[in-house]
Ligand binder design. Structure first.
Ligand SMILES: *[C@@H]1O[C@H](CO)[C@@H](O)[C@H](O)[C@H]1NC(C)=O
Length: 471
C-alpha cells in the first residue's frame, strides 16, 4: 500500500459552527464548534449521536425505538454472518445470484455498471446503515468539500454517495460528491492490489467495469449496501490533508439513514481509514460516544494519552481478523458477582462495536444479569417486555434508582456502568435493561460505552477504557 505523506501545512483549529441540543424541545439552540484538529496527540474529530438534533444529519425525530431495535438485530445478524462466513463448520449456502441492480430504476450509466458486475450480494433494498452509528465529517477532493459520514468499527471500506449516482443515491445533507469537480480524483484499475484486497475488506467479490475500473460491493446486513467504483483522492480533516486515499465512489446506495453521505470504516484491514492514515498517525484510535442528549463526543486517530486508561488485551478470532474482540471476564451488580460460572463469560466470541446499540451476552450470563438487576430494583414497578428487551421498568433511566453494574474484562479493565449505560428509555414512560441474550456472537454495544473514552491500540493489541470522556 502506498504511504500517505502527512501534509503538516498547519494544525490550526478548524471550526464549523454547530448547535447544541436543547433537550427540552429536541432542537439544537446554542452554538459550540465542531473540531477537526491535528496536533501532536493525533487527529481529533467531533462525533455526534445519530439521534442528536445537533448531528449534522440527524435521524428523523419521530424514529420509534422499535426501528433502533430492528436495525440492531440486523446488524448483529450481519456481524454473526461475517464470522460464520469464515467458519468452515458453519459455512452458509453461497449467495443467490439475482442481479444486484435488478428492479431498480436506472439512470444513464446504470445499465453499464449493472452489466459489468460479475456477481451480486444477496440483499434487498430498504433500511438501515447508520441507525446506531455515530457521525462525523470528512473532507474529500481538491478543492476539499465536507461530507457527513457514519463511523463504523465493524467494517473497513470507506465509501460515500457519488455523482452521477448511476443507480441510486439517497437524499443527503449537503451536495453529493462529484468526482469531476476534484482535481485529484482517480479511479482504481482492476489490476491494482487494492482491488485485489476488496474480497477481504468487504467479504464480497470485486468486479471489473468495461472500462477496467474496479467495482466494490459493501453490504451491511439485512438490506443496506453500497456498490460503486473503487477510487482514490485526497482526504482531509480541516486544514490537514492526506493524498492517495482509497475509498468507494458509490453509484448504488441502499439503506442510508439520517441523510449522511457515506461511511468511514475503522476495522483492522489495509483499506480501512485507520490503516491508510496509520503510516502518518499511528495504528490507534480512540473515541467517546456521547449520549443522545449531549451535543458531541470525539473520535481521535493516532497517538493518545496512555496513562488514563485501564486495558484489556485485544482478543483475536480466526473467524474475522478485521473485527475487534475482547474477553469479558465478569459482571457484577451492586458489587456482587453474578451467579454464573466464570467460563460462561468467554463462551462466545465477543465483539466490541460502535454501531450496535444493545449489548448481547451469552444467554446464561444475560439471564443472571436480568435477575440480579430486577432483584436490586425490586421496589420499582415493572413494565411489559419491549421487543428483545425483557427486563423493563416504569419510569425513565435518569429517574430510576439503578444498581451499579460493572463489566470486567481480561487483564482487569472494568467498565463501571452508570444508570444511563444500564437502562435505555424505549418510550416516555418505560426504561429497559439495555442487554439481550445471544446464542452465537456476544457484542459490547454502544449504550454501555457511552461517555467512556475507549482506545483501540492496534499497534500494541490492547483496548483501554477510561471514565469521564464526554457527556
Ligand atoms: C490536541 O487537541 C485535542 C483536541 O483539541 C486536545 O484535547 C489535546 O489536549 C491536544 N493535545 C496536545 C498535546 O496539545
Amino acid at each position: 500500500m502506498e504511504l500517505l505523506p502527512l501534509v503538516l501545512a498547519c494544525s490550526l483549529l478548524f471550526t464549523i459552527a454547530t448547535p447544541v441540543r436543547d433537550i427540552t424541545n429536541d432542537v439544537c439552540i446554542s452554538q459550540i464548534s465542531d473540531f477537526q484538529h491535528l496536533n501532536s496527540s493525533g487527529l481529533h474529530l467531533t462525533l455526534h449521536h445519530p439521534q442528536s438534533p445537533c448531528s449534522p444529519a440527524p435521524l428523523p425525530s419521530d424514529l420509534p425505538f422499535s426501528a433502533v431495535v430492528t436495525h440492531d438485530e440486523a446488524r448483529i445478524a450481519h456481524l454473526a454472518s461475517r464470522l460464520a462466513k469464515n467458519d468452515p463448520s458453519s459455512r452458509p449456502p453461497p449467495p443467490t445470484t439475482a442481479s444486484l441492480l435488478h428492479g431498480h430504476r436506472k439512470k444513464d450509466g446504470g445499465g453499464q455498471l449493472a452489466a459489468s458486475l460479475a456477481s451480486s450480494v444477496p440483499l434487498t433494498p430498504g433500511t438501515s446503515v447508520g441507525v446506531g452509528n455515530y457521525v462525523t465529517r470528512l473532507g474529500l477532493g481538491t478543492p476539499a468539500t465536507s461530507y457527513v459520514m457514519v463511523v463504523d468499527t465493524g467494517s473497513s471500506l470507506t465509501w460515500l454517495q457519488c455523482s452521477p449516482c448511476s443507480v441510486l443515491c439517497h437524499r443527503q445533507a449537503g451536495p453529493i460528491f462529484d468526482p469531476r469537480a476534484s482535481g485529484t480524483y482517480a479511479t482504481v484499475p482492476c489490476s491494482a492490489s487494492q482491488c485485489g484486497e476488496l474480497q477481504t475488506t468487504t467479504l464480497n467479490p470485486s468486479a471489473c467495469s468495461r472500462s477496467n475500473v474496479c467495482i466494490y460491493q459493501a453490504s451491511y446486513g439485512d438490506s443496506s449496501y453500497s456498490v460503486g467504483y473503487l477510487s482514490k483522492d485526497t482526504v482531509s480533516f480541516g486544514s490537514d490533508s492526506f493524498p492517495g486515499f482509497y475509498y468507494g465512489c458509490g453509484q448504488d446506495n441502499e439503506g442510508l439513514f439520517g441523510r449522511s453521505a457515506g461511511l468511514i470504516g475503522l476495522a483492522k484491514n489495509k483499506l480501512s481509514l485507520l490503516y491508510q492514515l496509520a503510516p502518518s498517525l499511528g495504528y490507534s484510535f480512540s473515541y467517546c460516544l456521547p449520549t443522545s442528549s449531549s451535543s458531541a463526543g470525539y473520535l481521535s486517530i493516532g497517538s493518545y494519552n496512555p496513562g488514563q486508561y485501564s486495558y484489556t488485551p485485544m482478543a483475536s478470532s480466526e473467524l474475522d481478523a478485521s473485527l475487534y474482540f475482547v474477553s469479558l471476564s465478569g459482571l457484577s451488580v451492586s458489587g456482587s458477582p453474578l451467579a454464573v460460572s466464570p467460563s460462561e463469560y468467554g463462551s462466545l466470541p465477543t465483539i466490541i462495536d460502535s454501531g450496535t446499540v444493545i449489548t448481547r451476552l451469552p444467554t446464561s450470563v444475560y439471564t443472571a444479569l436480568s435477575k440480579a438487576v430486577a432483584a436490586a430494583m425490586g421496589g420499582t414497578a415493572r413494565a411489559p417486555a419491549y421487543s428483545i428487551l425483557d427486563t423493563c421498568f416504569q419510569g425513565s433511566a435518569s429517574q430510576l434508582r439503578v444498581p451499579a453494574v460493572d463489566m470486567a474484562f481480561a487483564g482487569g479493565a472494568t467498565l463501571k456502568l452508570a444508570a444511563r449505560n444500564v437502562l435505555i428509555d424505549v418510550d416516555d414512560s418505560t426504561a429497559c435493561l439495555a442487554f439481550a441474550p445471544t446464542g452465537n456472537t456476544a457484542i459490547i454495544g454502544n449504550t454501555q460505552q457511552q461517555t467512556f473514552s475507549v482506545v483501540y491500540d492496534v499497534a500494541q493489541s490492547k483496548i483501554g477504557f477510561a471514565a469521564g470522556g464526554c457527556s
